[in-house]
Design a protein around this ligand. Structure first.
Ligand code: PRP
Length: 212
């Protein structure tokens, strides 16, 4: 039976495809070099969909993809109803609260609404709510580090990988909300209806992981 995999475009894409290649699912180079968003592997047993990272859980939850590869950060934000059987261990980064050193020193004040810029409104709202700090969310779709520099927000909630973007913009980490890495997710129905194919995919990926 055929499996369709949704792959997050961007940062995780190369390592996701490399991991699949090592697991025996290889995509012809001319297909990869094309701009096609849906391609087949050499065996014809797998199709790949290349989609925005935040959309991977949606494609998998609705079953148009049987499985997908995306960051844990995206899963925390979307809370999609999918199985998450495997940590693929690449794409490691942290979801943090950051700000200017002054705002880090001030900390949070439960009597003052914190203005926070982020691409992760649900995770952010949940984090501040749990601390009893009122929050005003400023939802951006990128270059979030600019917000505190321009006085648009007090803090940001964003991903940190090497820490370069924060440090080169004079920002510091205030708190770590979660650790993230690439995850394999699987549609709930496919998990049962395509049990053998999913089990084989998981076994091949686990072999790649244990080979290091
Ligand atoms: C991500 C993230 C940070 C940066 C962190 O942005 O949102 O801005 O990478 O990486 P670093 O710690 O290694 O500097 P991305 O490059 O995906 O672009 P974006 O700002 O458009 O989201």
């Amino acid at each position: 039976m055929h499996l369709t995999l949704a792959i997050a475009k961007g940062r995780l894409q190369q390592q996701a495809l490399e991991t699949c290649r090592r697991a025996g699912i290889s995509v012809p180079k001319e297909e990869l070099d094309s701009r096609r968003l849906m391609i087949k592997d050499a065996s014809g047993r797998y199709s790949f969909l290349f989609v925005k990272p935040g959309d991977v859980p949606t494609y998998v939850e609705y079953g148009v993809a049987d499985a997908g590869i995306c960051g844990r950060d995206v899963l925390l934000e979307t809370s999609a109803e999918v199985h998450e059987p495997l940590d693929l261990r690449f794409g490691r980064c942290k979801l943090v609260v950051a700000g200017k050193p002054e705002s880090a020193e001030r900390g949070y004040n439960p009597l003052v609404t914190a203005r926070v810029a982020t691409k992760y409104p649900r995770v952010t709202a949940d984090y501040f709510q749990r601390r009893g700090v009122p929050v005003e969310l400023i939802v951006l779709s990128g270059s979030v580090e600019l917000a505190p520099l321009l006085g648009l927000s007090d803090h940001i909630v964003d991903l940190v990988e090497t820490g370069r973007t924060l440090s080169e913009n004079g920002l510091v980490v205030i708190d770590t909300i979660a650790e993230s890495s690439a995850r394999l997710i699987v549609n709930r129905a496919s998990y049962h209806l395509k049990r053998a194919e999913i089990a084989q995919l998981l076994a091949s990926l686990r072999e790649v992981l244990s080979a290091g």
